[in-house]
Design a protein around this ligand. Structure first.
Ligand SMILES: *Cc1c(COP(=O)(O)O)cnc(C)c1O
Length: 843
């Protein structure tokens, strides 16, 4: 229970029971568990309907109102039972406790530049924050011990208004820390924990905050401390605002400040999860901290602690990585590097460069993260592959398949994206606890739902969205923006029986938010069709300085106006989580049109799954692995080819062909009961086959089992006993690297004997212990297959101790010339080539 003295601002009363209300109001579990909604509404219906923020409601109501409800025995009973439920949810053994009772993992720190938990805490822009927020929530559901580390932005990202000409207007609002559901992080004596980080020659103060979200906690930092200079107070104002100069300061606060924060609250995570390279500096501070505490060198400490760092990259193009000018690095981190890390600036820069000797090369945060982590992954199968290409330069001479980057496909937190109707239908089929375990038979249970049930679900969801659209339409008309002042009969805005298509995205060119506008006449034809019409709901923000993106918005607004389409096409302004929630619950079809392979994963399309929406998308990101003809539609199917899409004109044509010949007819092909049975069958498949797979529940279980648990084990192994094993490993790595170039091949004999090619080779390993290498026969995979690698056996040659002789054979299905011999490191508990990237080829 919260101690009321711990609370920032003030509470309406000091009557006993108010702390219980505060405890509930400050647990953002309310953002996905709606058991208490009615209860909050009772305190202030008007404010609740507008904000759905219990903490704000609690801070606003009068003392007499609070005292009145606390005197009401029914209310008190309900309050106690809600608290009891909360307590149970927070303490009872969940998936992690049951599945991994012996785990050495006690804590994961999850670093991210943005977190999207709820509208009430607007510290996000979009996809990246969505991934972070949904993973925290699922970690809570599953009992995985995760603590989030992020920044508290005074303004966050801009809010959008669209004027009558279709121009995006930027509005900044203020995140009043007294009214968002966060509290100061205090130590046991009640003192507000403040920490200092180095920034250039200064040390700046950071304030600390905490957010409770079910079982997990999110800790936030901001620099708006009156003890700082004004120039420093503003650093955490805006998310992704300013240029490189501001970005590096924010990233120093996140990475270096974040680790110091963990130390200040005495959390000792075995694993740090870096959600994108923004938080890369944490690997430096973690190593510095370890070296100081255990008395080893910076490099030894980095080699020990990196085993506990997991780096997830989200970028699909090189320009997406943060790069910093070496002089900016010197200005911001020179003193810290020399005095605290104990290394030179050149050494630090080398950690972020492809070529350490290139003085002009910028410092790349993702390279730092790779060199400071024990495991790296992309966020979809396709993105894993793209990432292996992007990071290939760090592993010269390694085949692309062996670049050490795996993938964990993102998922979404289903309880946050289902609506009251789909919650009901899922509960009926799979029970209330359905998203908290290993999801075993969810799919099978969903398959049993009747056509009637599913069609009713869709109709309720669509009607709900139309209701929301009408409300927003009226609001936008009153505001006098892109919807003109004429009198509208709201009942004519959208039709509850019409196929509804949704598109909401950041308006950036690669997402092609106006692919449909490439053929305006054809689009008009579909919209104005009498018997089988289509209606369209859109939303999205363009970057504040992105003229191209803003022009795309304008094009839509003008298209609507010019053709008088207000009744069937709407552009909702200020795309945010609430708009998403409404759209993904109501649309029949979610459209997604990125240029392959630029969308690393994409998550918005996953949000419609749980509500029975279907997807129509290019085969990019998650859809490239989710798509099959029975669950939805693919624009650049091109016989599933691996090529990067068709021309834009061709993709536009395919998009319209699909809509005209397949999608629209299928939706309107309804039986005597008015049910489109083929459409429903597709929904059934999409819900049962895809929803469990693309849920954050699956994602977090994968991270836990494939990344967190092994990382914790390796970190503890290396760091135990003051890093005894870790230091030895580091020494071995260095020895191997220093002596690698002396390796050379001697005599090679190849012959084909029967069905085998037999190879025998003499190798001079010099100072390298033969136990530390593998010699293997290698041939490249054919037709995109995996390469063939066959280890060779070392023969003892007592006559010649300086030379090792290896022998091995492969089947002779491929000609001899396809094979070559290579030597690669093979050190115990070491990730090769991530940590030791040497390799030696015969040719
Ligand atoms: C889900 C979501 C996103 C991410 O969607 P993408 O598919 O990655 O484009 C962005 N913004 C908001 C508000 C969202 O809800």
């Amino acid at each position: 229970m919260l101690d009321p003295r711990q609370l920032y601002g003030f509470l309406p009363s000091n009557k006993t029971g108010v702390e219980k209300l505060a405890t509930l109001a400050l647990d953002m579990r309310w953002s996905w568990n709606h058991a208490a909604d009615k209860f909050w509404r009772q305190l202030d219906p008007g404010l609740w309907d507008l904000t759905q923020n219990p903490w704000l409601v609690l801070q606003t109501v009068s003392r007499s109102k609070v005292e009145e409800v606390l005197n009401d025995s029914l209310f008190k009973e309900k309050l106690d039972s809600l608290l009891e439920l909360r307590e149970k949810a927070a303490t009872k053994p969940a998936w992690f406790q049951e599945k991994h009772p012996e785990a050495v993992l006690t804590q994961v720190a999850y670093f991210s530049m943005e977190f999207m938990l709820n509208e009430a805490l607007p510290i996000y822009v979009g996809g990246l924050g969505n991934v972070a927020g949904d993973q925290l929530k699922s970690a809570s559901d599953l009992g995985v011990p995760v603590t989030g580390i992020g920044l508290f932005y005074q303004q966050g990202y801009f809010r959008q208004e669209i004027d009558q000409y279709g121009n995006q207007q930027v509005i900044h609002t203020f995140n009043d820390p007294g009214q968002v559901p966060i509290t100061p992080l205090r130590n046991e004596g009640g003192e507000w924990i403040r920490i200092q980080v180095p920034l250039g020659g200064y040390k700046i103060w950071l304030r600390t905050w905490e957010v409770q979200a079910g079982r997990v906690r999110l800790c936030l930092l901001d620099s708006n401390d009156p003890a700082n200079l004004p120039v420093h107070r503003g650093i955490t104002n805006e998310l992704y605002g300013g240029g490189a100069d501001l970005r590096i300061k924010q990233e120093i606060i996140l990475g270096i400040g974040g680790w110091k924060l963990l130390d200040a609250i005495n959390l000792k995570p075995e694993v740090c999860h870096l959600n994108e390279g923004h938080s890369g500096f944490v690997v430096l501070e973690r190593a510095r901290d370890y070296s100081k505490k255990s008395g080893c060198s910076f490099y030894e400490a980095l080699s020990i602690t990196r085993a506990g760092n997991v780096f997830t990259t989200h970028t699909a193009v090189p320009a997406g990585f943060d790069h910093f000018n070496p002089s900016l690095m010197e200005n911001m981190l020179g003193k810290y590097t020399r005095e605290e890390l104990g290394i030179s600036m050149e050494e630090l820069l080398a950690l972020g460069r492809e070529n350490p000797d290139n003085q002009n090369e910028y410092f790349n945060m993702a390279y730092l993260a790779v060199r400071g982590s024990g495991a790296v992954n992309g966020v979809s199968q396709l993105h894993g592959k793209i990432s292996r290409q992007l990071f290939r330069v760090l592993f010269p001479r390694w085949p692309i398949e062996e670049i050490p980057i795996g993938h964990v496909t993102n998922g979404v937190h289903m309880p946050s994206w289902d609506n009251e109707y789909s919650d009901k239908i899922w509960s009926k089929a799979c029970g209330k606890e359905r998203w908290r375990g290993d999801l075993g038979n969810l799919g099978k249970s969903m398959c049993r739902l009747s056509d009637d049930d599913l069609w009713q679900l869709r109709n309720s969801c669509r009607e709900g969205l139309i209701h929301f659209i009408r409300e927003r339409f009226e609001r936008q008309a009153l505001l006098g923006g892109s919807i003109t002042h004429q009198q509208w009969d709201l009942n004519t805005i959208f039709d509850k029986n019409v196929l509804t298509l949704g598109f909401a995205r950041r308006f950036v060119p690669y997402k092609r938010p106006n692919l449909l506008l490439n053929d305006k006449n054809r689009l008009l034809g579909l919209l104005n069709q009498k018997s089988q019409p289509l209606q369209l709901v859109l939303a999205g923000k363009a970057g504040p300085n992105d003229e191209f993106g803003k022009a795309l918005i304008r094009e839509w607004i003008q298209f609507i106006e010019k053709n008088n389409l207000y009744q069937k096409v709407v552009f909702l302004s200020d795309y945010d989580m609430e708009i998403t929630a409404q759209m993904v619950s109501g649309v029949d079809l979610w459209l997604n049109t990125p240029i392959r392979p630029w969308e690393a994963c994409g998550t918005s399309g996953m949000k419609v799954l749980v509500n029975g929406g279907l997807n129509l998308s290019t085969l990019d990101g998650w859809w490239a692995e989710a798509y099959s003809p029975e669950v939805g539609w693919a624009i650049n199917d091109a016989a599933h080819s691996d090529s990067d899409g068709l021309s834009e004109a061709k993709e536009t044509e395919v998009l319209f062909d699909l809509l005209e010949h397949q999608i629209i007819p299928e939706f309107y092909q309804q039986n005597e009961k008015g049910i489109p049975t083929r459409w429903i069958e597709r929904i059934r498949k999409s819900m049962s086959l895809l929803a469990p797979v693309f849920s954050a529940n699956r994602t977090v279980r994968e991270y836990t089992e494939n990344y967190y648990l092994p990382a914790a084990t390796r970190y503890l192994e290396r760091s135990g006993n003051q890093g005894e094993l870790g230091k030895k490993m580091y020494e071995d790595h260095m020895h191997l690297k220093a002596n690698w170039d002396a390796i050379s091949f001697g005599d090679i004999q190849n012959e084909t004997i029967g069905d085998f090619h037999v190879f025998q080779v003499a190798i001079r390993l010099g100072e390298i212990n033969p136990e530390w290498v593998i010699v293997e026969i290698f041939s490249e995979g054919t037709n995109g297959g995996m390469p063939e690698k066959v280890p060779m056996e070392r023969l003892m040659d007592p006559n010649n101790p300086g030379v090792q002789v290896y022998r091995g054979k492969v089947t002779s299905a491929k000609p001899m010339e396809h094979f070559t011999i290579r030597v690669r490191p093979n050190l115990k508990s070491t990730s090769v080539p991530l940590e030791v990237s040497q390799i030696f080829w015969e040719h």
